[in-house]
Design a protein around this ligand. Structure first.
Ligand SMILES: [Zn+2]
Length: 447
């Protein structure tokens, strides 16, 4: 078996790996590179293989940095099937279509200033064709593809997220996918990894431990602030996983402290669709279906412009949440435009803000921005939650690989920034693991 690192060797996006075995080729994930140039330019690079030569694709989870180039692959001639869990498929129905829509919108916007603007990687219609190729597998139920045995094991992180083990007659390899944390509020912890000769691990938080501040304490502080100032808490967040986690946290906060219960609206059609799906995902959640259904008591989804404007205008404290997490678009921009210039209001960022995104600029104190073609002025105080990541930290990653029971022949580290990869390389090297940090397009013989 031969392994090639086709993506995500130097970043936390663009997850792509190629396996070659007995003359056939398989991909594990085919994710979009996200971020400003030169990172996003990698989406248009030439591959040394033809998409029509790929026999099958094994998808670890639905996040766009793992799935977002699949429609492109099909457009370029991929004829095989896409193997995933049911939850991953259900989420891809929402995420891939949204990705196609966003790309088309960005293309149309760019066209106004540049008649030669680059065509989108794919449109919503092209993304929808990818959905016909999915084939669903259950966790921990091995299946055979050609001469390979493939098993999906739960990886925590988000619903459906899996580690994927591939066993050939010569050797076995395990792709961690994105690994969740053992203390996640909604997701069950990842399963122990099955014994494998080789392991490819993500290293998003390879050099760090999570902040121990309980997230409920952080939220309590900000809710008390907006009650005191009779102002608004504006929460741009990620529609998948982070939004549902926040709804659960606000619900618990309101139950424990009824005096803190203030109007809480969610203005994001995509968040609403994903939240609806969580009711069917309760088997991979730590909380019951009933509890997910009770989210409606804490949060109200709003849909119409008049509802949106009325919450902005209404006096008194309120929480307004919506996508996107890095403030690059979505309905939340309307609320930031309406409320962001009042110093009494709070903008609460809920996760990592990549370089070049409006979220990063707001965090760094920029007061005048143009987002999705709209001029926005920021006078509100800006904060960032410390403790909501859906990834295992350095300790969690180490614990996970240790729970394999015996050391693999080699552990490859990818899907991390320089500090994450190097930090975790040190951790595993000290523990006598044979570790390697591959370069882009590096190929290894797995024997
Ligand atoms: Zn992920």
């Amino acid at each position: 078996m031969k392994l090639t690192f086709s993506g995500s060797t130097e970043t936390v996006t663009g997850s792509q790996y190629l396996i070659e075995s007995e003359g056939k080729k398989y991909l594990i994930d085919f994710g979009l590179y996200q971020g400003p140039d030169p990172i996003s330019k990698l989406n248009r690079r030439e591959f040394p293989w033809n998409p029509s030569q790929i026999n099958a694709l094994f998808l670890t989870h639905a996040h766009i940095d793992h799935s977002g180039m699949i429609p492109w692959l099909i457009k370029k001639g991929f004829k095989g099937l896409i193997h995933s869990t049911n939850e991953t498929f259900e989420l891809c129905k929402i995420l891939l279509l949204d990705s196609g829509k966003i790309q088309n919108e960005e293309y149309k916007r760019a066209l106004k200033n540049n008649p030669k603007a680059q065509l989108p990687l794919y449109t919503e219609e092209e993304a929808s064709q990818a959905l016909d190729r999915f084939i669903i597998h259950e966790f921990n139920k091995p299946f055979n593809i050609d001469h390979l045995k493939v098993t999906y094991t739960p990886a925590g992180h988000i619903p459906g997220a899996s580690s994927v083990q591939i066993v050939s007659p010569q050797s076995s390899i395990l792709f961690s996918g994105d690994l969740g944390r053992t203390d996640d509020i909604l997701m069950n912890p990842p399963d122990a990894p099955p014994k494998s000769d080789y392991v490819v691990m993500e290293t998003t938080y390879g050099d760090r431990q999570h902040d121990p501040t309980p997230p409920l304490e952080e939220l309590e502080f900000y809710v008390k602030e907006v009650i005191k100032n009779q102002s608004k808490l504006i929460v741009p967040t990620f529609a998948l996983a982070r939004a549902q986690l926040l709804i659960q946290l606000f619900k618990v906060l309101f139950e424990k402290n009824p005096e803190l219960k203030i109007p809480f609206v969610v203005h994001s059609p995509m968040t609403e669709k994903v939240t609806q799906l969580y009711k069917d995902f309760s088997s991979c959640l730590k909380i019951s279906k009933k509890e997910v259904e009770n989210w409606d008591e804490a949060a109200r989804f709003i849909h119409w412009k008049n509802e949106s404007e009325s919450i902005d205008r209404k006096s008194g404290p309120a929480i307004i949440m919506g996508a996107s997490g890095m403030v690059s678009g979505g309905k939340i921009i309307d609320h930031i435009k309406a409320l962001g210039d009042d110093p009494k209001n709070i903008i609460l960022l809920t996760g990592y803000q990549a370089e070049g995104t409006p979220g990063k600029e707001i965090l760094e104190g920029k007061t005048h921005l143009k987002i999705s073609g709209m001029k926005v002025r920021i006078q509100a105080s800006v904060h960032q939650l410390k403790s909501l990541s859906a990834h295992a930290d350095s300790h969690g990653l180490h614990q996970w690989i240790d729970s394999m029971g015996s050391k693999p022949k080699k552990v490859f580290l990818s899907h991390g920034e320089e500090d994450g990869r190097q930090g975790f390389l040190e951790v595993l090297s000290k523990d006598d693991y044979n570790v390697e940090v591959p370069k882009l397009d590096a190929t290894y013989n797995l024997i």
